[in-house]
Write a protein that binds this ligand. Structure first.
Ligand code: BGC
Length: 805
C-alpha cells in the first residue's frame, strides 16, 4: 500500500516526457531509470533454463558471450519430470543466480503449446497439453519469484512456430484459443502472478499480439487479474500508441524509433488518455522497485549445489521409453561399450536467445568412468560432427568396439543445426549418420541401449530393433551425469512424456497446415492437438503422451469419486509399488465428456500427481477436480459451460495406459443442447483433413487471404525478403543479408547462421529500427516510398531525412 502511494506520487512528479520514456528500454537489457526521482535502472535477461547475462556486446539471438551460469535442462525435460516441487527448485536456483548477477527479471518460462513437433523452439516449451504446461510454468515462476526477482512468461500468445514468426497471422478458432492455447498462461497467471508477460511477435486472428487488446487487457488483466506488466518480445512492437492502449506497457529493447515521442504526441493531441500512460508507468515502477529491493542486497549462490540440482533434474526429466528384457539398469560390472560422439561432446541445450554459457559441462564418457571407478571405456564416435551422412569407416570402428561388449550404449540425437530459435525443423528424422549407426549396430548386437539427446520428438525407424531407448532430452550442463545415474540404477527413472512421439511426421494433426505462410497459418485442427488428436481418431503412435517406464511396477486400485459438490469433485485411488526398488510414479487423470453439445476430444488431462513409494508401499492419492475440469468454452455465450450428463474419469500411467475408470453423472448443470459446430469436428477424420468451408464455419468468418504483399502494398510490416518486386527492395534485402553474414563470419555452419539467414528473409522492415541502428523512421518511410515505386518522392524524402539528421 505504502509502495503504491509512493509510486502514484512519483508519477505525479514526472513530466509527460519522463513518463513516456519509461515505456521503453534504455538499451538491450536495461529498463530506464530517472535519476532525479531516484528511480533505478534494472536489468532483465534471458532465460529460460539458465541465465544469459551479457556483460559485453548484446544481442537477442545467442550471438555474443554471456557470463557463466548454471545450464539446467531445457523446458521439454523439465515438463517430463511432471514434478512441481522439483521445477520449483529449478526456479529458485535461477532466481538465486539472478540475485547474484543483479538481474531483476529472467525472460521465461515459455508456455507456448507444441502444436507440431516441428516448431524450432519446442525445446524451450513444456508440452502439447495446456494443463501440464500451466502447472509446470506456475511452479517455475513461483520458484524464481520466491527469490524476489521476476519472470517473463512468454510468448503470449499462439506463437507456435518460428517460420515468419514476426509477421505470421495465426488463424485460430475461439475454442482452441480458450481451451488449448491460453490455459497454460491462465493457470500460471492466476496461480503465480509472473511479474511480466512477454507478448509474442505474431498476429492472432489479424491483430499483432502487441496491439491485441482482447488478449493483453480483456483476458490477461481483466479476466485473469494479471498485476504485472506486459513487455514486448524483443522487436515485437508495431504501433506504439495502439499497443499502449491495448495494454502493453513496456517496449524492449531500447530503440531509436521515436516511439516515446509518439506517446507524448498522442497525449498532447488528445488521442491517448494520459491516465492510460499513468497506469502503465505505475506498473513499470512497481516492477522496478520490487526488483531493486532485492538487487540492492548482495547475494552469493552455491553453484556446486546448482550443478547437483541440474543433475537430479536431468535424471528425472529423462524418459525411459523402452526397456525390453529389463536390460536396464546395468550392473556396474557389465562390460559396456560407448558409441556416438555425443558421449564425449554432449548436445545439452538449444540455439537462439536461450543459448547460455554453462559453468561446466559434463559428458557421459567421463561420468561413467567416475561412476564405475574405471580409467577407460571402449568408445567410438560412430558418426561425424554433422552426422549428415553415414560414415562407413566410423561405423566399422564402432562395430568392432561393440563386439567386445555385453551392452552397447549408443548416444544419438539431433545436432545443433536441427533445433534453433528462428527456424522450424523440416522433418522429424534424426541425422542420417545417427540412424545408420543405430541400424548397423542393432543388426550386429542384441543388447543396444539408445540414449537420445534432442529437444523434441524424432522418428525412430529402428525402434523395433533395439531393446532399450532412453530419451535424455536436452539435459543441461549436468545432463550426462543424470543419464549415467539412470543407466546404472543410481536413480530409478520417473520421467514421462509431456508430448506424443508420433510414428512419423505425416501422422501429426497439423501436418497439412503447419507452418502456413506467407501471410497466415490456419489452425484447422482446432482442439485436436497432440494426444487429443491421436486418441480421438485412433492414430497409432510410437510413444504416447504420459508414457515413461520405471525399474519398478505400480498397481492401481480402489478408484472412488465423491458426490459432486456443485460441479466439482474429489477423486481418490490407491497406488502401490509392487516391484523391488523404490520409485516415483506420475499418476494421470484424464476426463471424457460422454455426450456434449460441443465437440470434445476423446480425453483431456485434468489432474496429475507424482508419488514416491518404497517397494511394497502404497498410498492413497487424492485429486480435486473443479468446475473448469468439466467445462468447455462456449464462444457464443463467451463462457465456460458444463453440461448435464455422463463424464468418464480415467486414471492411469499414461494417456494410453488407463488403469482405472469410473463414470459420473453431473447433475444440475446445463442440459445438452443442439450441436452447432461443423460435423467434421464431431467425428474428426484421421488425417485431419478439414475443408476451408468447415474451418470457416467453425471460425464464424472467412479466412483471411494468404498472400505476399505486392509492390505498391509494401508496409513497415512486410518481410524484407518479400520485397522482391522492387529493385530497391532487392538491393536493400541484399544489403541486410550481407550485414548479417558479416556478423556470423567464422560461424557459417552453425545454428546461428541458419537463424540469421531466416531473419534476413523474414524480418519486417520495422525490425530495422530495433536496437542501435543508424537508421531512423523517417529514412525507412522514405525508403518504403521508393520500394513501392514512388522513386522521386522517396528520394526527396531520403535526402530530407539525412539532412535533418
Ligand atoms: C526471443 C525471446 C527472448 C528475446 C530476448 C527474442 O528473439 O523470442 O524469447 O527472450 O529475444 O533475447
Amino acid at each position: 500500500m505504502e509502495n503504491q502511494e509512493k509510486i502514484k506520487s512519483l508519477v505525479q512528479q514526472m513530466t509527460l516526457a519522463e513518463k513516456a520514456s519509461l515505456c521503453s528500454g534504455k538499451d538491450f537489457w536495461h529498463l530506464k531509470g530517472i535519476e532525479r526521482l531516484g528511480i533505478p535502472s534494472i536489468m532483465v535477461t534471458d532465460g529460460p533454463h539458465g541465465l544469459r547475462k551479457q556483460a559485453g556486446q548484446a544481442d537477442h539471438v545467442g550471438l555474443h558471450e554471456s557470463v557463466p551460469a548454471t545450464c539446467f535442462p531445457t523446458a521439454s525435460a523439465l515438463a517430463a519430470t511432471w514434478n512441481r516441487d522439483l521445477v520449483y527448485q529449478v526456479g529458485q536456483a535461477l532466481g538465486e543466480e539472478c540475485r547474484q548477477e543483479k538481474v531483476g527479471v529472467i525472460l521465461g518460462p515459455g508456455a507456448n503449446i507444441k502444436r507440431s513437433p516441428l516448431c524450432g523452439r519446442n525445446f524451450e516449451y513444456f508440452s502439447e497439453d495446456p494443463y501440464l504446461t500451466g502447472e509446470i510454468a506456475k511452479s517455475h515462476i513461483d520458484g524464481v519469484q520466491s527469490q524476489g526477482v521476476g519472470t517473463s512468461m512468454k510468448h503470449y500468445a499462439v506463437n507456435n512456430q518460428e517460420y515468419r514468426r514476426m509477421t505470421i497471422d495465426a488463424v485460430v478458432d475461439e475454442r482452441a484459443l480458450r481451451e488449448i492455447y491460453l490455459p497454460g498462461y491462465e493457470i500460471a497467471v492466476k496461480g503465480a502472478q509472473p511479474w511480466t508477460v512477454m507478448c509474442a511477435y505474431n498476429k492472432i486472428n489479424g491483430v499483432y499480439a502487441c496491439e491485441n487488446g482482447t488478449l493483453m487487457t480483456d483476458i490477461l488483466k481483466d479476466e485473469w487479474g494479471h498485476e504485472g506488466l506486459v513487455v514486448t518480445d524483443w522487436g515485437a512492437m508495431n504501433e506504439r500508441v495502439a499497443a499502449l492502449q491495448a495494454g502493453v506497457e513496456l517496449e524492449m529493447p531500447g530503440t531509436k524509433n521515436g516511439n516515446d515521442a509518439k506517446i507524448v504526441a498522442a497525449v498532447e493531441a488528445g488521442k491517448l488518455d494520459e491516465a492510460v500512460l499513468d497506469r502503465a508507468v505505475e506498473r513499470i515502477l512497481t516492477l522496478i522497485f520490487k526488483a531493486d529491493a532485492t538487487l540492492s542486497q548482495d547475494f552469493v549462490c552455491d553453484m556446486e549445489a546448482h550443478h547437483a540440482l541440474a543433475r537430479r533434474v536431468a535424471a528425472e526429466g529423462a524418459v525411459l521409453l523402452k526397456n525390453d528384457g529389463d536390460i536396464l539398469p546395468l550392473q556396474k560390472t557389465t562390460r559396456c561399450a560407448l558409441i556416438g560422439r555425443f558421449a564425449k561432446v554432449p548436445r545439452y541445450q538449444g540455439a537462439g536467445s536461450s543459448l547460455m554459457n554453462p559453468t561446466r559441462l559434463d559428458n557421459l564418457h567421463d561420468e561413467m568412468l567416475k561412476l564405475l571407478g574405471m580409467d577407460s571405456l571402449p568408445y567410438a564416435p560412430g558418426y561425424t560432427e554433422k552426422g549428415d551422412q553415414a560414415d562407413d569407416t566410423l561405423i566399422q570402428e564402432a562395430l568392432a568396439v561393440a563386439q567386445q561388449a555385453e551392452v552397447v550404449i549408443i548416444c544419438a540425437g539431433l545436432t545443433d543445426l536441427y533445433e534453433t530459435e528462428g527456424v522450424d525443423r523440416m522433418h522429424m528424422k534424426l541425422p542420417p549418420g545417427h540412424d545408420a549407426l543405430i541400424r548397423r549396430i542393432a543388426a550386429a548386437h542384441p543388447n543396444v541401449v539408445v540414449v537420445l539427446s534432442n529437444g523434441s520428438p524424432v522418428e525412430m525407424p529402428w525402434a523395433g530393433d533395439v531393446p532399450c531407448i532412453l530419451e535424455g532430452y536436452l539435459g543441461g550442463q549436468a545432463g550426462a551425469g543424470g543419464i549415467a545415474d539412470i543407466l546404472f540404477g543410481e536413480i530409478n527413472p520417473s520421467g514421462k512424456l509431456a508430448e506424443t512421439f508420433p510414428l512419423k511426421l505425416e501422422d501429426t494433426p497439423a501436418y497439412r497446415t503447419f507452418s502456413g505462410g506467407p501471410a497466415t497459418v490456419e489452425y484447422r485442427e482446432s482442439l485436436y492437438v497432440g494426444y487429443r488428436y491421436y486418441d480421438t481418431v485412433g492414430q497409432p503412435v510410437l510413444f504416447p503422451f504420459g508414457h515413461g517406464l520405471s525399474y519398478t511396477r505400480f498397481a492401481y486400485r480402489d478408484l472412488a469419486l465423491s458426490q459432486p459438490k456443485g460441479e466439482a469433485l474429489t477423486v481418490t485411488f490407491t497406488v502401490k509399488n509392487v516391484g523391488k526398488v523404490t520409485g516415483q510414479e506420475v499418476v494421470q487423470l484424464y476426463m471424457r465428456d460422454v455426450a456434449s453439445t460441443a465437440f470434445r476430444p476423446a480425453k483431456e488431462l485434468k489432474a496429475f500427481a507424482k508419488v514416491d513409494l518404497q517397494p511394497g508401499e502404497e498410498t492413497e492419492v487424492t485429486l480435486d477436480l473443479d468446475r473448469r475440469a468439466f467445462a468447455w468454452y462456449d464462444p457464443q455465450f463467451k463462457e465456460w459451460r458444463v453440461e448435464a450428463g455422463t463424464f468418464e474419469i480415467l486414471v492411469g500411467a499414461s494417456s494410453q495406459d488407463i488403469r482405472l475408470s469410473a463414470a459420473i453423472e453431473m447433475p444440475g448443470a446445463q442440459p445438452v443442447a443442439e450441436r452447432v459446430e461443423p460435423d467434421v469436428y464431431y467425428a474428426f477424420p484421421k488425417g485431419a483433413a478439414v475443408s476451408q468451408k468447415d474451418f470457416e464455419a467453425l471460425l464464424g468468418r472467412a479466412v483471411p487471404p494468404n498472400q505476399e504483399a505486392r509492390k505498391g502494398q509494401y508496409t513497415f510490416n512486410t518481410p524484407i525478403g518479400d520485397m522482391r518486386e522492387s529493385f530497391i527492395g532487392r538491393q536493400f534485402a541484399g544489403m541486410i543479408k550481407k550485414q548479417l553474414h558479416k556478423m556470423i563470419e567464422g560461424k557459417e555452419d552453425t545454428p546461428m547462421a541458419l537463424l540469421m539467414e531466416a531473419t534476413s528473409r523474414e524480418m519486417p522492415l520495422r525490425g530495422m529500427l530495433m536496437g542501435d541502428t543508424p537508421l531512423n523512421r523517417e529514412m525507412l518511410e522514405a525508403l518504403l516510398l521508393m520500394m513501392n515505386g514512388r522513386f522521386f518522392k522517396g528520394l526527396f524524402a531520403v535526402v530530407h531525412a539525412i539532412l535533418k539528421k
